[in-house]
Design a protein around this ligand. Sequence first.
Ligand code: GP9
Ligand code: MN
Length: 414
Amino acid sequence: DDSELAGIENFIRANDTGVNAELHGKYKGKNVVVISLESLQDFVIGREINGQEITPFLNDFIKESYYFDNFYHQTGQGKTSDAEFLIDNSLYPLDRGAVYFTNGGNTFTATPAILKKEQNYYTSVMHSNNKSFWNRDMMYPSLGYDRYYNENDYKVTEDTSIGWGLKDQYFFEQSVEKMKEMPKPFYTRMLSLTNHYPFELGEKDLMIEKLKTGDQTVDNYVTTVRYLDESIKHFVEEMKASGLYDNTILVMYGDHYGISENHNRAMSEVLGKEITPVEHVKLQQVPFFIHLPGQTKGETIHKVAGQIDVKPTILNLLGVNANKTSINFGNDILSPKHKDFVVFRDGTIVTDKYIYKNEKMYDANTGEELEGQKPPKEDLAKAKKSLEYSNSIIYKDLLRFFEVKYERAKTKFE
Ligand code: GP9
Ligand code: MN
């Protein structure tokens, strides 16, 4: 009932680390583009193989953006859709199953609904797969989206597609054309697709040699990552050419890992070190970028953070008070008081000092096991409560009781 939600709101207030006051509302009225970088892990950033960069564009983009190099995915079985859920709601995905499937009809207090109500934004998702994949056609009305551009909105031919949809290059190209026509300001999320298992690519799209570990998944991975990187480069060029770039906050995040622990042997060859439990946790880092309109100077930020923090960060830039308009388990990453703390969906805790996984403590810097040690009590409680409260909200549909009401959107799609 609503007293349970009040308890959760107290917990959130107690863990509120504030916002970056200087940036509060500084980009009010700007468009927001949030790109899901399919299966992109952070280990490829800045890495070279045989003298060739895997992500040359992103490596350069770091020089003119905020780039977070200790940023973690927090997804569970819902993969891409869990990441979407985290980004829009600042709630955790479920411990099992995909919330997009199990609770798509719930009441939410998501970014698109807030931006529409508070600032009259036009909100959409762009993805060239079948509209019902991950139950998106059911979920998006609950999140407040005006429009879902899906497979039916794109020109898809045999030559321009692979796997589940358009190759990223064509997807981004056609998407910019749609953005030009969108009502402004807009909030749009884009879901890239080509860098998806099994990481297949036609011969003519290969821009970097495959690896030679003998593990096909790992060997192919770098080629589709390289392709994704090139696609984003063209996207940014097209955004610039269309005049949209200077009026847009561009946010990009890796949705989840691409290489599972079944590939540790090949990965240890790539990284040149053993994949210990700590290394495995660190492999859950995904790239996170924020490029602000007009930003020319980059900054690499080492704070430990996660996908849960994206929504409050975006809302602050637009001048919206996140916790007055919604329930959020994350905090503005750009706040000077942001805490180096992230909890994975499986309960793993990562801070700047330690990593806690399967009841074992490790030094976050040396990787050494800290035998007999446990995280501080308040950290353990915070991790446990965050996951439990978030689950309760979803399982009991508690956002029905939130003081601000958002209408279910009549999402349009072809
Ligand atoms: C499918 C795409 C990939 O539409 O989002 O989904 P994933 O398998 O990564 O969850
Ligand atoms: Mn995915």
